[in-house]
Design a protein around this ligand. Structure first.
Ligand code: MF3
Ligand code: CO
Length: 255
C-alpha cells in the first residue's frame, strides 16, 4: 500500500489546537486503560472512550472511516491482532495483550494515539514485546527533528525492533495528521536513513510502530478490517501524534 498525500505545515496556533485534541485523546485512552481486566468486553472499552470524547465536545475520526465504513470509535486488537480490531462482544481474559487505538477530532483538528497493555499476568515474551514496541516509538520520536528525513525515523525504528529479534509491519505506516487523520508524509516503520521527506518545523506526524514476534507478514480477516499476524504470533502497537519544532519533538497526545 503506497500513497502520498499533501503535507500541511501547521502554525503555532494550529499546533495548540492539536495539542488540545491530543490531550482529550489521552484522557479517552486512560479511561480505556483503567477498564482492562478479565470479563470486560471490547464494546465496553469503545463506550468508555466515546463517553470521554462526547463529554469534551469531541468525536472519533475512526467512525465510518474507509470502506466498509469502520463501525466504532476505537480499535481494539487482541494478541495476534495487530491493528484495526473491531470492538464487540468479545471479553478480555487474563494473559491477553490488548492494543487500543483512539482518534479525536476537536475543533476540526485530529489527535491519534495507541498503546498496548496486558490483562492481568502476561507472559515474559508478551512483556518484552510491549516494552520493545513502546521503546521503538520513543526511538522514532527522538529522530523527529527538523533537518532529519522520514527515512531516518523509519530506519531507527526498524533497527531497534529487529535488534530485539522482532519484526516491523510493511503494510501499515505512520502518517501526517492535522485537519485530516491521514495527511502526508507517510512514515513507515522500516526504511533507509538519509532518504525520504525532509522534516520541517510545523509538521505533525502520527508515528506508530507495529511490531510482530514471528514474521512481518500480516493478513486481513473476513470483516475486512482486523489485521492479524500471518503466523498467529503476538503483536503490539504504540502511537503518538508528534509535532516537529525548531527544537525538541513535541508529543501532542499526552495529558
Ligand atoms: N491509527 C490508525 C491509523 O492511523 C487508526 C485508523 S483506524 C480506522 O490509521 F478505523 F479509522 F481506520
Ligand atoms: Co494513526
Amino acid at each position: 500500500m503506497s500513497w502520498e498525500r499533501e503535507i500541511f505545515i501547521k502554525t503555532p496556533a494550529e499546533i495548540a489546537l492539536m495539542r488540545e485534541a491530543g490531550r482529550i485523546n489521552s484522557l479517552a485512552l486512560a479511561a480505556v486503560r483503567e477498564l482492562l481486566q478479565p470479563g470486560v468486553t471490547t464494546a465496553d472499552l469503545n463506550a468508555a472512550a466515546e463517553e470521554v470524547l462526547r463529554k469534551h465536545g469531541a468525536y472519533s475520526p475512526f467512525k465510518n472511516y474507509g470502506y466498509p465504513p469502520y463501525p466504532a470509535s476505537i480499535c481494539v486488537s487482541i494478541n495476534e491482532e495487530l491493528v484495526h480490531g473491531i470492538p464487540g462482544k468479545r471479553k478480555l481474559k487474563e494473559g491477553d495483550i490488548v492494543s487500543v487505538d483512539c482518534g479525536t477530532v476537536l475543533e476540526g483538528y485530529v489527535g491519534d494515539s495507541a498503546f498496548t497493555a496486558g490483562v492481568g499476568e502476561i507472559s515474559p515474551l508478551a512483556r518484552k514485546l510491549i516494552e520493545v514496541t513502546e521503546q521503538a516509538l520513543y526511538v522514532g520520536i527522538a529522530m523527529m527533528r527538523a533537518g532529519n528525513r522520514t527515512g531516518d525515523v523509519s530506519a531507527a525504528i526498524q533497527q531497534f525492533v529487529e535488534a530485539q529479534g522482532f519484526h516491523v509491519t510493511r503494510e501499515y505506516t505512520g502518517h501526517g495528521v492535522g485537519r485530516s487523520m491521514h495527511e502526508g508524509p507517510q512514515v513507515p516503520n522500516y526504511g533507509t536513513a538519509g532518504t525520504g521527506i525532509l522534516l520541517r518545523p510545523g509538521m505533525t506526524i502520527a508515528l506508530e510502530p507495529m511490531v510482530l514476534v514471528g514474521t512481518h507478514r500480516t493478513r486481513v480477516l473476513a470483516d475486512r478490517w482486523t489485521v492479524v499476524s500471518a503466523d498467529g504470533s503476538l503483536t503490539a502497537h504504540f502511537e503518538h501524534t508528534v509535532a516537529v519544532t525548531e527544537g525538541d519533538p513535541l508529543i501532542l497526545t499526552v495529558p
